[in-house]
Design a protein around this ligand. Structure first.
Ligand code: ADQ
Length: 633
């Protein structure tokens, strides 16, 4: 997305720590960390101060102080560094999260036969993410953070999702219409000042959707940038998000109760990467969040939140924690002879402080430990292998359902495919393509990014356009490719359409209307579009990598016993020719082997990609996280 991309990087050697021990490390100024084997950090517990609400580096309005009884903790300089909620007697008092958890547990025990009864332990879970659909989405991160929380809440957990309240001054802003101002203002101390941040909240589908509000989130564009490129203040915007997210469980009485300190944070990608660092560096030294755990979820390692080293002071972290974020570029990546290559890397900070690390598919958990897939962090990730797992993402099968999708022209299912051709005709009509129901229609949906292999499509299009096919692309991102899509459309008016922009209803219509979905991704941690495509009977042709290789099985008409198998085509190596060969095989099968084609469609449609399975695995990892002591205590 918007951060500097690391093509290679050097590991801070002081963090090559074996992950299977839980040791304190003592920060040594500017030099990384020294591990104090077997020794627990000794910290005097702070005496409760006067009644006050607030968290680390935060303050609040006077009238709020009167309304709750809270024990504040302060550091030597007098800053509030934490507090404990004390239940008020009588109605309307604030209860702690532990009380609530117990109530939920009891309620569930009394409710026979309900699914929640199967849940092992109810947790207070806090997702922190730069995007969460439907409120904000530029890609798969938004999908995951918009659907997994709902599934976990349905399984009995108390779940909060903290993301920014982006206002773009367009109709899209109406998605926040039901999010109400909680009237909780905090001051976040970072970037050389005290930043005023407030919170909005919507309770929907069992989840507390919390939106961090600050003027820096209010501007045209997408969450990370606009047509001129990435926003220059993204480090600031996501630093605010992380500070605010750490405060949210402490200061927001959602439904009358705070989540409290014993919660489980899920920090997604680099934007949320400061969360485990803040827990370790600012909260735990003062006894706050000592029972919390933080999982880092890596959706995409190519984006790490790298900025010049001088920006370290902006994070609002103690100076002696510099080593956690310290990053040194190799010589070849430096701009000039005097450039020492010194930088800070937020994702690296998260890797060395998180209790556990998850990637979004099993294959990707291995790939990130390799030189090719690790983007400079492979050694560090390998050193934490014992707490590194991959859990295969599911998809939201209610949003992506061809038998009920509100965005498509006709509904269909595995038992009655007749609506699919109507979707194709409607799409051709909408795009102004010749209406030819029998002409193979190939689609691409995605960010116009190096990761997605757009350069390969660009290279192959002149050759592919010689065939009797139609091609439609939906995407936004690199302005170079956006322009190329426009030019290509005018060159191949009756065969090619390029829809520049981000449009969810169109993405559903392309998924339903196409026969083939092309995904030549260079790497793909999981990939969702191939799963949506299969659910809609649209046959994926994908580069054999990561989550694509895990999910698409190449069609084999000569499988054992003469029974066809496969759900699409995978190709390798990543070259124009092997991609064109796979597309042409798919097109030939579509034209000449109708019953085989229908078999491929149906096998894809019958795949189980629900979140339920993934949620069970997530719960297992949560359990392991709480069995272990905090990684940085
Ligand atoms: N122009 C557009 N208009 C409308 N919708 C659009 C769009 N461009 C993309 N989308 C949508 O964005 C999502 C893309 O998800 P992906 O998982 O394919 O990729 P992404 O690289 O963003 O996600 C990263 O995180 C996810 C989640 O973990 C991993 O699956 C993935 O491999 C990893 O790279 C899909 O829902 C797609 O329909």
């Amino acid at each position: 997305m918007e951060s500097l991309r690391i093509t290679n990087g050097r590991l801070c050697p002081s963090f090559s720590k074996s992950a299977n021990t839980h040791l304190c490390f003592s920060p040594i100024k500017q030099l990384g960390f020294v591990y104090l084997c077997g020794e627990r950090c000794k910290r005097a517990s702070l005496t409760l101060g006067r009644s006050e609400i607030g968290g680390l580096g935060s303050s609040r309005d006077e009238d709020e102080e009167k309304s709750h009884i809270l024990g504040a903790e302060r550091d030597d300089s007098g800053s509030i560094i934490g507090f404990n909620l004390i239940s008020q007697s009588g109605d309307g008092g604030i209860e702690s999260h532990e009380d609530v958890a117990t109530e939920i547990a009891e309620e569930t025990e009394n409710t026979e036969g309900r699914e929640e009864a199967q849940v092992r332990e109810r947790l207070n879970i806090v997702f922190v993410a730069a995007e969460a659909a439907p409120y904000s989405k530029t890609g798969g991160l938004g999908d995951v953070c918009g659907s997994l929380p709902i599934v976990l809440a349905a399984r009995g957990h108390r779940v909060m999702v903290v993301s920014p309240r982006y206002l773009h001054f367009i109709h899209q802003d109406k998605v926040f219409a039901n999010a109400l101002d909680l009237d909780r203002h905090i001051k976040v101390h970072c970037f050389g000042g005290a930043q005023d941040v407030s919170f909005f909240h919507e309770y929907r589908e069992g989840v507390d959707w919390v939106f961090v509000d600050h003027p820096s989130y209010h501007r045209p564009g997408n969450p990370y940038g606009d047509s001129r490129g990435a926003f220059g203040d993204n480090q600031f915007r996501f630093t605010l998000l992380c500070h605010a997210a750490c405060e949210a469980p402490l200061v927001l009485p959602l439904g009358g109760y705070t989540y409290g300190e014993k919660c489980l944070f899920l920090a997604n990608d680099w934007h949320a990467g400061l969360v485990p660092v803040l827990l370790a560096a600012k909260y735990r030294p003062h006894g706050v969040y000592k029972d919390a755990r933080c999982l880092l979820v890596i959706h995409n390692l190519a984006h790490q939140g790298v900025e010049p080293a001088v920006t370290y002071k902006n994070f609002g972290l103690p100076s002696e924690w510099y080593g956690a974020l310290e990053w040194v570029f190799p010589n070849w990546a430096r701009a000039h002879a005097l450039d020492k290559g010194e930088a800070v890397n937020v994702l690296k900070g998260a890797i060395v402080t998180a209790d556990r690390i998850l990637t979004v598919s099993k294959g990707y958990a291995w790939e990130v430990t390799t030189v090719e897939g690790g983007y400079g962090l492979h050694e560090l990730l390998s050193s934490r292998r014992s707490v590194l797992d991959g859990i295969t993402n599911g998809i939201d099968v209610s949003e992506w359902d061809p038998s009920a999708d509100e965005h498509i022209a006709a509904h269909y299912s595995v038992d009655d495919l007749s609506g699919k051709v109507q979707c194709k005709i409607a799409l051709q009509k909408e795009l102004g393509l010749p209406i030819r129901p029998m002409c193979p229609l190939i689609g691409f949906i995605g960010r116009l990014d190096y990761q997605k292999g757009i350069d390969l499509i660009r290279w192959a299009i002149p050759e592919l356009m010689e065939d009797d096919v139609q091609f439609v692309m939906l995407g936004s991102g690199d302005p170079l490719y956006e322009e190329w899509m426009r030019v290509t459309e005018s060159s191949y008016r009756d065969k090619f359409r390029g829809w520049v922009g981000f449009n969810v209803p169109i993405s559903h219509r392309i998924t339903a209307g196409c026969d083939i979905l092309l995904m030549p991704s260079r790497f793909e941690p999981r990939g969702l579009n191939q799963l949506f495509a299969m659910r809609y009977g649209t046959v994926p042709v994908v580069h054999s990598t990561g989550g694509l290789r895990d999910t698409v099985q190449t069609f084999n008409p000569y499988a054992d016993g003469g029974i066809d198998e496969g759900t699409g085509w995978t190709f390798s190596p990543l070259s124009k020719d092997s991609m064109l060969t796979a597309i042409r095989l798919a097109v030939k099968t579509y034209r000449d082997y109708k019953s085989s084609w229908e078999g491929i469609m149906k096998r894809g449609m019958e795949r189980d990609n629900t979140w339920e399975n993934a949620a069970i695995h997530y719960e297992q990892v949560f359990e392991w996280a709480f069995i272990d002591s905090p990684y940085i205590s």
